[in-house]
Design a protein around this ligand. Structure first.
Ligand code: A3P
Length: 321
């Protein structure tokens, strides 16, 4: 296993050396199959295609960064595990949502040995997460009929959230809004271009709506209870009439709300180690949690420029913001 890990590491290093690399918002980014990835993330995701064995019962939470991943993980975990935990004594009161859902590509972190024992040992249905575009997941994910819940966000807000976040994890001087904006519009952001990411899952949702649910952050914000019932039904964990009349679904929405989660000690302290010497403070995952915050940071002209780009990129797809 050690030898295969060393081989994988050096295969990754050799490959990265041949690929275009440029400065990203907080770290360098390498272009791999039309997707900009941090080099360390790329190394970790290379074995995913060969080694990750999708099961038909798998539930995959796929998100573009800064579109509400933390929220979706909390909601999906609470929905699918509600027979195991009382809401008053729930793991989400003690643990950050990222600690209760397994990230597919993180199973290949070299520190963990680069093997699949953990992910393979999880009982079905496995609740898994990824930021990878569909094109970088093994084709078996679609063939096996895994259930995918995809979450994206209005691009101006996604960018605003990303700019704040990347400056928190960035070492050295902050990156200016202008510089970050230009990179985002060129498609050069982590897991970007964002339009390819959104469109790949959008098209899959159109082709296989029973297996791919496409959600927007704004839609959950507008009516969280409706969204939670929709996710639960899609995942085959529908709320019963009894649960609804008891208000279990409303309680679950409340448990996963920005207000509750962001005020828990588990989310105000500590953080997550990410490959490449990156440390993400839990608190940096809860900033404002609002729709339309871009107006407080971006100029009107920037907003218009991004709107035009979005219209151009999504033209004819049916996807709109
Ligand atoms: P803002 O930076 O606009 O506040 P991700 O989890 O994909 O990194 O996305 C982070 C964004 O989701 C941040 O947006 C964060 O505040 C928001 N967020 C985190 N938890 C949330 C929750 N429970 N409800 C609503 N928004 C949440």
């Amino acid at each position: 296993q050690l030898q295969s890990r060393i081989d994988e590491e050096s295969h990754g290093d050799n490959l990265i050396a041949t690929l275009p690399t440029r400065e990203g918002l907080s770290t360098p980014l390498t272009l791999f199959k039309n997707c900009w990835l941090r080099p360390q993330v790329l190394k970790n995701c290379l074995p995913v295609q060969d080694k990750f064995m999708p099961r038909s019962e798998d539930i995959i939470l796929a998100t573009h960064p800064k579109c509400g991943t933390t929220w979706l993980k909390a909601l999906a975990f609470a929905i699918t595990n509600r027979v195991h935990y009382a809401l008053a004594d729930h793991p989400l009161l003690e643990k950050n949502p990222h600690k209760v859902v397994t990230i597919i590509e993180a199973q290949f972190l070299s520190e963990r040995g680069g093997d699949l024992d953990y992910i393979e040992s999880l009982p079905s249905p496995r609740l898994l997460a990824t930021h990878l575009p569909l094109s970088l997941l093994p084709s078996g994910v679609c063939k096996a009929g895994c259930r995918i819940v995809y979450l994206c966000r209005e691009p101006k807000d996604a960018f605003t959230s990303m700019w704040h976040f990347e400056n928190k994890v960035r070492k050295g001087d902050p990156i200016s809004l202008d510089e970050a904006f230009n990179m985002f519009c060129e498609g050069c952001s982590s897991f970007g271009p964002f339009w390819d990411h959104y469109l790949q899952y959008w098209k899959e949702n159109l082709a296989r709506p029973q297996e791919v649910l496409f959600l927007k952050y704004e839609e959950i914000m507008l009516d969280p209870l409706k969204a939670v019932r929709k996710i639960a039904k899609f995942l085959d964990f529908p709320f019963t009439e009894e649960e609804e009349s008891r208000g279990d679904d409303k309680e679950l929405v409340r448990l996963c709300s920005f207000e509750v989660l962001s005020n828990l000690d588990a989310n105000k302290t500590g953080g997550i180690e990410r490959p490449g010497n990156m440390f993400i403070e839990h608190s940096s995952l809860f900033r404002k949690g609002e729709v339309g915050d871009w107006v407080n940071h971006m100029s009107k002209e920037m907003g218009e420029k991004l709107d035009i780009l979005v219209e151009e990129k999504f033209k004819g797809s049916g996807l709109q913001f």
